[in-house]
Write a protein that binds this ligand. Structure first.
Ligand code: SF4
Ligand code: SF4
Length: 405
């Protein structure tokens, strides 16, 4: 494969900026108070803000700008563009100031002069963050992950793949090959990155075979194994193949999550160096006492009643970012994709709708995945994002539902 065929990946390993949730609350209260609503500005960020209001069920009457004749809408559905001088004379009208701050001087003095105070000034951060969450990603930023083993050799509190609760289950290599081959066709064999994870991916006895299959389907993608690393040293001598030499030969990167365990993470670094395998550690392995690393577990709280407002979906770190391929379907996120494990362990019924995933056999163009991922899915109603936060230093799971509610 020549260098020019390699898909560059500028931003895939950074988290999306997540909109300020308190500002979302204030903006929603403002919108609901007004009979007629206008978005000030009519360019990219404002078009995605309209998409956001559509998701939230907020009716928008138009964009408002100084000179409507100069505007062209390109990215989302068309609505009227009205001169701001006309809007501020309408009774019951509210304006969401979504245009860049540097243009406020063209609007706010005019509003004051007219005695118009029904406007909501968004922060620059939320204008950008909401638009970025709702913008379909270009192919250079498309990724997906696959659980190759649902279970794990660790048992962490609040695991977001519910692996400490899972029965032993490894992906069937035949299904893996069928699905990833199909994804290769849809993406024309080009995607930025694929992550093989779990649970603990190194528990899959045929992991080296899966690596070869994935590489065949996507010759130039970044392939990552995301692992707790505990088995990597012994898998050098696995009868099914030496994972280190396979990773080198098939250009696979290894990312190890470091936990506060008595484990020689330095030995992994040395082994990776010996084989020339790119290795990343997700905590500081050069800390003086590795066993004293403080890893904070995040609590991803559910509302099992499914009553969470649609407006919060964009405040989720998984939204439009961590897509999952599982059993022939493409999901928004691992939280939705693996919810069956949670339901089974706790006798719950957080339900997946047809619209929570796409059947990959019915998708012909990767852009459908990009559109799907940049939109609300019904499962988001269970995610109580106002109560998602770093919770407590890492510890073993108690396997109780309180870790999730
Ligand atoms: S090591 Fe990772 S996958 Fe395994 S239980 Fe902990 S958080 Fe979950
Ligand atoms: S289903 Fe939950 S975790 Fe997944 S994107 Fe929606 S809010 Fe986030």
């Amino acid at each position: 494969m020549s260098q020019s065929q390699i898909v560059p990946r500028p931003k895939i390993h950074v988290f999306n900026e997540l909109p300020h949730i308190y500002e979302i609350d204030d903006m929603m209260a403002f919108c609901k108070k007004h009979e007629r609503l206008y978005i000030c500005g009519a360019e990219e960020n404002q078009e995605y803000l309209l998409k956001y209001f559509d998701i939230c069920g907020i009716k928008v009457d138009g964009y408002t700008v100084t000179n409507p004749a100069e505007q062209t809408l390109r990215r989302y559905r068309k609505i009227p563009i009205v001169a701001v001088d006309d809007v501020i004379r309408q009774s019951g009208a509210g304006i969401v100031l979504a245009v860049s701050d540097r243009h406020y001087r063209h609007f706010i003095p005019k509003f004051r002069e007219a005695g118009f105070s029904d406007y909501f000034a968004m922060t620059e951060y939320n204008k950008r963050a909401i638009a970025n969450q709702l913008k379909p990603r270009p192919i250079e930023e498309m990724t997906f992950e696959i659980n190759i083993a649902d279970h794990c050799n660790m048992s962490c509190q609040m695991c977001d793949h519910y692996s400490q609760l899972a029965e032993a289950h490894c992906v069937d290599p035949g299904i893996f090959e069928r699905d990833i081959t199909r994804m290769g066709e849809i993406f024309d064999h080009k995607i930025a990155c694929i992550t093989l994870l779990g649970g603990e991916p190194t528990l899959h006895p045929r992991i080296t075979e899966l690596i070869k299959i994935a590489r065949r389907a996507f010759p130039s993608a970044e392939l990552i194994i995301l692992t707790n690393g505990l088995l990597l040293l012994e898998l050098e001598h696995a009868p099914e193949g030496n994972i280190w030499s396979i990773c080198k030969e098939y250009d696979v990167h290894i990312t190890v999550t470091v936990y506060p365990l008595k484990f020689d993470y330095g030995a992994l670094e040395r082994k990776a160096g010996e084989y020339g395998v790119p290795l990343a550690m997700s905590s500081n392995i050069h800390a003086e006492q590795l066993t004293k690393i403080v890893k904070i577990s995040d609590k991803h709280t559910f509302d099992p009643a499914g009553k969470v407002g649609r407006e919060y979906c964009v405040c989720c770190l998984y939204f439009n970012k961590f897509n999952v391929l599982k059993d022939g379907r493409y999901y928004m996120c691992p939280v939705a994709a693996h919810i069956g494990i949670f339901n089974k362990a706790f006798g719950q019924n957080l339900t997946l709708a047809e619209a929570d995933s796409l059947d990959i056999e019915k998708v012909d163009d990767w852009k459908r995945f990009a559109e799907f991922s940049a939109n609300y899915v019904p499962f988001c109603r269970y995610c109580d994002l106002k109560n998602w936060r770093p919770h407590s230093p890492w510890k073993a799971s108690t396997k109780s539902i309180e870790e999730y509610i």
